[in-house]
Design a protein. Structure first.
Length: 563
């Protein structure tokens, strides 16, 4: 089955789940199975336990050693606390172990934006029964940097933190290398910033520079809402709610079932053995018609689908079929014409089977997003005008775009662009080159890149600084690889505003800076920002109070009940 047709089948499947999703829920970023669906008809299975089926098991449970995006991350957020947390309904951090979110206004951020002071909550106990103090936080961050495991995430702290210290038992201070408002949203709640019990770690191997702690790989040294009970390798991890938790305790115990088999996942969900499964489209098709299973639209993914323009094509590198010159995209009008030709509504409705929207440059879950932000729009009259001005309307061109083979969300971007351009003018031709994932990754990593365009989804960043710096800064990762300074009319103005927004600690002003960048980047585009994709979650309808923030790594078990 072709990818676009498969997505349409999935849409038809979802229609069989009565009232499964609502537009309002997607916009809010959270939803409830109790309100989005009719009541479950089956008796609750595994009462008192939330059972989450996942396709693999953690590589380890040590915040100092797990790699970004692995299953270890998904367990650590259940067992450990952080200085700040991200709530279900907002991108702005809230107090966790710190009793306040530092700001210049409350006196907890220095006037120069470099020193952050965190007042530490008293009375917090680790799962081992010891008290959590600022010394544990200093120890936790220091061990991540000392161990500096190659597969770990020490760089998250290293890239911005200059120094940190326990001022006293209940005051923790951090000094940054430079002002960075994203420190609170992207570093403080991150996995390597999880707070571990110094007593537990020191009693079980301590810290050795450059070496893993074997005990921490499969044990729990946290203070979070869940305690690890057991880990049966390749089968399950069992947790119990921590009744001495300082905050609102979890309502249910929990199990992480390792179910790499699609058939086993579908069978377990159908029979009520699982309460939540990974949101894989194939499962929706298999579970169609089961009135006790509820797909829920939980906001949007942080990974807008996009197509890149290359302004740094090496001489002679393009496929033989391409007729464009290497400086084709240096002309802003050519980029604007491509943007004005693309059919964004078709991408949302056909390419994503109705589970998408034309993209805003700031994804809906992210700080700085506003529903009033302008978007790229199809304007065929403008596209024709721009192509005529550049001389390509009569001359025509042939150009290639590279994409992963048969990827069900990436491929439609290329096919829709091809159809729109070739319909606009028979002298235009777009070759959508499909390659295996490994080959795409290899080509995508080349510097300079050797094709005129490529298609992918954006990295799921929690803060707009990383998104804007990587995708639009003229001296950022893609700015240098794809040669933005060859095309931007005023690259220094764009760079300056991105840099200033990163350092601004006034949240209202910072959000406005990113919103001011949007029209600048729409006028001088470096991407076709094709669509925002709805984030679907699949749960049993008996799961109450289901909420989900796309900024989380996965659902946070402490919020849910069932019954």
């Amino acid at each position: 089955m072709k990818p676009v047709k498969k997505l349409i089948v999935i849409l038809m499947v979802l229609a069989l789940f009565a009232s499964a999703c609502s537009d309002d829920d997607a916009e809010e970023g959270t939803t409830s199975a109790a309100t989005a669906t009719t009541a479950a008809s089956a008796d609750v299975t595994n009462p008192g336990v939330l059972v989450h089926s996942l396709g693999g098991e953690p590589e380890g449970l040590d915040p100092a050693q797990v790699f970004a995006g692995g299953y270890g991350d998904r367990v650590i957020i259940q067992m450990y606390d952080f200085l700040l947390d991200l709530p279900p309904d907002s991108p702005e951090p809230v107090p966790m172990i710190s009793t306040e979110v530092p700001s210049i206004e409350n006196g907890l951020v220095s006037a120069d934006g470099l020193v952050y002071t965190f007042p530490i909550r008293e009375g917090v106990k680790f799962h081992d029964g010891t008290d959590l103090t600022a010394e544990d936080i200093e120890y936790s961050w220091d061990r991540v940097l000392t161990m500096d495991m190659p597969e770990g995430q020490a760089e998250v702290l290293n890239m911005i933190v200059e120094d940190f210290r326990a001022v006293d038992d209940y005051t923790f201070e951090v000094t940054l290398q430079q002002p960075a408002a994203w420190f609170l949203t992207a570093v403080v709640p991150s996995i390597p910033a999880a707070i571990v019990s110094k007593d537990s770690v020191e009693a079980n191997g301590g810290v050795v520079a450059g070496e893993p702690n074997e005990w921490m790989l499969d044990h729990d040294a946290g203070s979070g809402p869940y305690k690890l009970v057991s880990w049966d390798r390749n089968i399950r991890l069992t947790f119990e709610k921590y009744d001495e938790y300082w905050g609102e305790p979890a309502k249910l115990d929990a199990r992480f079932e390792v179910t790499p088999s699609e058939s086993a996942t579908v069978l377990g969900m159908s029979g009520g053995e699982y309460d939540i499964v990974e949101p894989t489209p194939q499962y929706l098709e298999e579970l169609a018609g089961n009135e006790d299973v509820c797909p829920i639209a939980a906001g949007f993914l942080l990974e807008p689908l996009h197509l890149a323009f290359n302004l740094r094509i090496p001489e002679g590198a393009l496929p033989d079929s391409d007729t464009i010159p290497e400086d084709f995209f240096w002309d802003k009008r050519v980029r604007q014409a491509f943007v004005a030709t693309f059919d964004y509504e078709a991408m949302a409705e056909a390419g994503l089977a109705g589970f998408g929207e034309p993209a805003t440059l700031i994804p809906p879950p992210m700080f700085g997003y506003s529903p009033d932000l302008p978007k790229q729009e199809q304007d065929l009259a403008l596209a024709e005008q721009l192509f005529r001005e550049t001389g390509y309307w009569d001359e025509g061109f042939e150009v290639s775009v590279i994409v992963e083979e048969a990827n069900p969300t990436f491929l439609p971007v290329g096919l829709i662009l091809k159809d729109a351009l070739e319909t606009l003018n028979p002298n235009f031709r777009v070759n959508v080159i499909q390659v295996a994932e490994a080959q795409f990754d290899e080509e995508h990593a080349k510097d300079p890149f050797e094709y005129a365009m490529w298609i992918k989804n954006a990295d799921p960043f929690a803060d707009p600084h990383f998104l804007f710096n990587r995708y639009w800064h003229p001296d950022g990762v893609w700015g240098t690889t794809l040669g933005y300074r060859n095309g931007y009319e005023n690259p220094d103005a764009i760079a300056d505003l991105i840099d200033r927004a990163a350092a601004e600690t006034d949240l209202e002003l910072r959000a406005q800076m990113y919103q001011d960048l949007v029209p600048m980047l729409l006028d001088d585009p470096m991407w076709i920002w094709a669509a925002d994709e709805v984030n679907l979650q699949i749960v049993r309808c008996w799961v109450d109070d289901f909420v989900y923030n796309p900024l989380w790594i996965m659902p946070r078990w402490k919020y849910y009940n069932k019954g």
